[in-house]
Design a protein around this ligand. Structure first.
Ligand code: SAH
Length: 492
């Protein structure tokens, strides 16, 4: 190890920046963030630095660098575009035992500024000992994606609970085990999901468990299974329309954490790849006709796994609250007192629109979007006249077999036969197909192309823009018979 990483407390200490350009401005910003008193030496200042100076946030010495400028400073950055000046700063620093970083010159520097992931108070610093700043930045951006946005909040939460935990668990080793479980468990998950009140309540519960265990069994099992891991939790996760890269960052974080994953037919292998290797995967795909029974069985499974103290991910296609029966599942869980975290996903309509290059709203053409399902008994009761009205986009989540009936109803309620319509099959997946036509032609086109599930019907003027805008995976989009050839051509 050629360098020692340290975190400097610069609050109210003086730091010097030599240089007045854009690079210097970035360094000044960083130092101000760390509450340093910043002195800038430069004959002229970048506009951003002028603002800092005028606001009284920096001290500006408008001259060339002189070693005396290092007086009273603990740390300096040389950021001019003149190597000779930068080296002079480094030499003057060395003579006074002041650490100097010279921008883009490791050899002249006595310290290196790391790439930073800032989740204050959690700060991750990455360095390559000067070998490759680009690599350091790359590592940083990889860390950005795995470190939750609210990690800092979790640190503060833990900081605030520290005294209480110390009192409840005087033994240092037990306390460490408690914290370890806490950070791996539902208290942490709730904080990271922004549910501070729920987290606080769970923490109280777990501290109470600890106290009870201490009463009953003496100190022996205090930190045992009766404590933090006693009860499970459920993550209701929207997995998006299919392409695994459309999972949210939070979905991926929770999938890495879950002990059990319940998934259904819409969840493909590439999304399942993102699940923790050793997690139990349970397929709960529903068979049509046995809908109700199966949904109840899913509820039972959720309760059973959570009851065993496991972290259960309920993975659903698209968004859990858009035709996903997510509402029923959270009701059941809440009634049973199981904590639930809901993670939104990209619903199929949004995935399909992006894939087909088709905006769902457009000024003067589509002022509203309606997401509707034509499956089940509810279809009769829909306001078909409203759905047939112009100036909107109607996206129908459907069983493909329903398509002719849907089109028939729209036409019967006043929609013109020439209104553009498109079908997006397997949106965002490697075998995606886009079929564009009109209300008059689309059912025939779909039949000729043997469209299968899952597929969406998009009706409205914007559907005229449908095309195979993006290709997913390796396979090329399949060409279809375009019926009467209305609508736009495909682009691969
Ligand atoms: N909760 C899901 C919808 C579930 S209902 C969501 O928000 O997307 C199931 C219907 O969604 C399917 O019948 C189909 O119409 C639509 N669907 C889901 N994924 C799709 C995809 N990748 N491509 C096209 N349609 C899809």
């Amino acid at each position: 190890m050629d360098y020692l990483p340290v975190f400097l407390d610069l609050a109210a200490r003086r730091a010097l920046v030599v240089g007045g350009g854009a690079v210097a401005a970035r360094k000044v910003e960083l130092l101000l963030k760390a509450h340093a008193r910043v002195r800038v030496v430069a004959p002229a200042l970048h506009p951003e630095l002028v603002l800092y100076r005028d606001a009284g946030r920096i001290e500006h010495i408008a001259s060339a660098f002189e070693p005396s400028h290092l007086e009273d400073t603990v740390f300096a950055i040389a950021a001019t575009d003149r190597p000779d000046v930068n080296r002079a700063v480094a030499a003057a620093g060395a003579a006074r035992n002041v650490f100097v970083n010279v921008v883009d010159d490791v050899a002249a520097s006595s310290c290196i500024l790391p790439a930073i992931v800032d989740r204050s108070p959690v700060i991750v610093a990455v360095g390559t000992s000067g070998q490759s700043p680009t690599l350091a930045r790359r590592v940083r951006s990889q860390l950005e994606t795995v470190l939750p946005e609210r990690l800092g909040e979790l640190a503060r939460f833990a900081g605030q609970a520290r005294e209480r935990v110390r009192r409840a668990l005087p033994d240092a080793q037990r306390r460490r085990q408690f914290w370890d479980r806490l950070f791996a468990g539902r208290v942490a998950t709730q904080v990271l999901a922004g549910q501070k009140a729920a987290a606080e309540a769970l923490l109280e519960q777990e501290l109470a468990d600890v106290a009870r265990a201490a009463d009953v069994a003496g100190a022996a099992d205090v930190a045992g299974a009766a404590g933090a891991r006693g009860r499970g939790e459920v993550y209701l996760i929207g997995a998006g329309p299919g392409d695994a890269d459309l999972l949210t960052v939070r979905a991926q974080q929770l999938l890495q954490q879950a002990d059990v994953v319940l998934y259904d037919r819409l969840i493909g292998p590439s999304v399942l790849e993102r699940v923790r290797r050793d997690a139990l995967r349970v397929f709960v795909g529903k068979q049509t006709g046995r809908h109700r029974v199966t949904q109840e069985r899913i509820h039972a499974l959720l309760l059973e796994y959570a009851g065993r103290g496991l972290r259960v991910a309920r993975l659903k296609g698209g968004d859990p609250f858009v035709f996903g029966r997510g509402g029923e599942e959270i009701d059941v869980l809440r009634r049973a007192g199981v904590p639930v975290i809901i993670v939104p996903g990209i619903t199929a309509a949004l995935g399909a629109a992006a894939s087909a290059g088709l905006p769902l709203t457009q000024r003067g053409v589509a002022q509203a979007v309606t997401l509707v399902t034509a499956m089940g008994e509810g279809a009769e009761a829909l306001d078909w006249r409203a759905l047939a009205a112009p100036l909107q986009t109607v996206v129908v989540y459907m069983g493909v077999a329903q398509l002719p009936r849907i089109v028939e109803r729209l036409l019967a309620h006043g929609a013109p036969g020439e209104r553009p319509a498109a079908i997006v099959e397997q949106a965002t997946l490697p075998d995606e197909r886009v079929i564009a036509g009109t209300l008059a032609t689309i059912a025939g086109q779909a039949q000729a192309a043997q469209v299968g599930a899952p597929a969406l019907l998009i009706v409205g003027e914007v559907a005229a823009r449908a095309c195979q805008a993006q290709s997913h995976g390796e396979s090329l989009p399949v060409t279809t018979d375009r019926g009467t050839g209305q609508g736009e051509g495909r682009r691969a």
